[in-house]
Each structure stands twice: as C-alpha cells, then as structure tokens.
Design a protein around this ligand. Sequence first.
Ligand code: PLP
Length: 402
Amino acid sequence: MNSTTSILQHANEVLIGNYARLPVVMHRGEGALLWDTDGKRYIDLFAGFGGAILGHCHPALIEAARMQMHQLWHVGNTFHTEPQIEVAGWLNRAAFTGQAFFCHSGLEANEAACKLARLRGQDATPKRWKIISLEKSFHGRSLAMIAATGNAAVRQGFAPDIPGFIRVPQGDFAALQAAVDDQVCGIIMEPIQGEGGINFHPPGYTAKVRQLCDQRALTLIFDEVWSGCGRTGQWFGYQHFLDDAGKIIEPDIITLGKAIGGGLPVGAMFAKPHVAKLLVPGKHGCTLGGNPICMAVAKAIFDTIDKQKLLERAAELGEHAMARLRGDAGLKDKIADVRGRGLMLGIELCQPPDQLVSRALQSGIVINLTSKTVIRLAPPINIAAELWDKGLDALAQLLRTL
Ligand code: PLP
C-alpha cells in the first residue's frame, strides 16, 4: 500500500464523511500550484472555494503572519488590538464609511448581519423580524443560514426551518416587493450569486431593491463572501452595479469570508454607522474573532492587492478567459454560456458532465462544478498569465472530450 492509499484509508476511519472528497491528498502549495502526496502537480483554478485569493504560501502573507506570531496571538475582545483596527480601516477605504465586526467564517458574518437587521427592526412598530432572501442563493450552513439559503437540498433533513426567512425567486422584483409585509426588516442577497451558478440579477434589479429598502426602512445586506476582496476586479462585487444616476448601489451591510483571510478563517460584517451603532455590548460577539494573526494576514492581503494593482489584473485575466472560451469554435456545442466578473467565472455546459472534476484532476487542473452544469473558475488573482493560459488549455482540451 502506498502512503497516499494508507492516508485515505485512515481518513475514511477518522473523518466524518460530510464532504464529497476526491481521493487526493494535497500536500504543498506555492502560488497557483499544488502538489499531492504522490508528487503530482496541479494548477489551482479554484483556490479552495476562492479563499486562497493570493495563492498558496504568499511571501507577504507569511511575513505578516510571522511578525504577528512573535508579537501577540490572542487576547479577548475586551481589549483593542491594532491589526483589527487596520483591517477595518481598509474596509472604510475600499467600501464605504462604516464599522466592522470580525468572526471566522462567511456564515457567521451573515448571522451577525441578520441579527443586526432584526435589532433595527425591533425599533419599528409593529416589530419587524423577517428577512427576505433569493432562490439560488447560498448563505451558509447554520440552521438560520440554511433557512435563508435558496437551495432546498441544503435544508433537506433539517426541518422545520428556522422561522423568519422568506425566499423569493431570484431576479423577480415584483415577487420581492409582494413579500415585503410590515414584519420584514431586511433583505439579504449576493451581488453575483456564487454557489447558485455565477448568476447575475437582471439590469435595474439591484437599484430597485435599494429603493425599496429606502422606502420601507429595510436593512439591505449584500453577502460578498464569494464576490468580496478583489475577486471580481473591484474590491467588492456590488461596486460593478450602478443606479440610473451612475452611482454605485450601496448596501447597509456587507458580509465577507473566504478571500478576506486568504485561506485563514476570517469573516467580517461591515455596516454603515446608522445600523452598526445598534450592536452594543452584550448583543453579539466571537471569542477568537479578529484574531491578531488572522487580521495581520487580512491587512497584508489588502496591502498586496492594492500595491500590485491586482484588481485590474483580475479584471483583465477574467476578460481574457471569457473571450477565449467564447471564441473557441471547438467548444461551441459544449458550452451554453460563459459569464462572470474578474476571476469569478462560470462556464455553463450544455449537458451535465460525467466525473468532470476528477477528470480535470487527472489533467492537472483543479476546478469546481456547481448547479450540475456550471464549471466555476476562481484562481488566485495573482496567477501568472502563462499559467492561467496553461490551465485554460487543459480545460478546453478536457471540454472537447465531453
Ligand atoms: N455566503 C456565500 C455567498 C457563500 O458562497 C458561502 C460559502 O460558500 C457562505 C456565505 C458561507 O461561508 P462559510 O463557508 O465561510 O461559512
């Protein structure tokens, strides 16, 4: 038995089988490359569900973590620590004037945002507490967030749903408007849906949602866990969408996860002051949230993306890939649509493929398939142009064989 086989055998004995894991043990990473325990090399076109936004073992992130590790690991949030304040400062520069709460994951950020929307709703008469979300959305795996998530499969086996979440069809503004009764306190939506298949809302939809929230004093939460921190070629996905006056449509709250930690467990809820001020002591917290080492790395991510102009780069590499895939005559009968922004890309296939992700691994690329027919690509946004092209070559070759 080789060492990989014995590791896999041990894994099956000691790990819960809640992930559909592939029979590969990843051992080492560098930039956009990964190596498994058999020494096979892969081009990472998915960056661990988008988390490793600057790739594996980035020297600036290692250095930030190393410096912080020698200085301070953890104190309770009864104290201030500088790295948290610095990341919150970055959010103010990259998004809007606001205040941050830090946690470990995307779902926790969404929980915090929904609690905050409810807190604001408590001031209304009658009290408001329901939150509207969209079909095909994904907001996390806690009991409340599966109730918000617009995918029945993630709720299966966990009935009854936590009350207070209303799901409406994605992109149907009339349905959304009709769902707003006087108990609704907020709306949560992804600016670009990730798990649901890289879905865009119809033109004008987001502006109408913002208007509705203003008219009815609802809290608008943009779940930027997938689209945040540079992946789409802007700091945040919402920054791609403008109202009729050409102004970016801003939410009251953004929630972040994945890329903000570069692969370390970081989540953040970032709220405008009129709502943030309601989260007073005793209302919410997280023991390890805003951990100094994680925050030092998060700050280094913002610094590096900014210094190396990686937003522009993500936009260019994404446009290049979309043009290439759309223009490939050999793929015309395989691909129904190519869509995305920056390096958050979806390739919708004409037919559900068989064993595509495993076959991609055999060809040396890591990809993801969601919603049965949508290949997702989300490489590190600092991937070298030649490596990106090599990965796309391997993918195109694979798609031709479908
Ligand atoms: N929100 C969105 C849009 C996501 O895509 C995800 C995870 O994929 C989450 C929330 C949950 O994030 P986490 O897995 O960090 O809890």
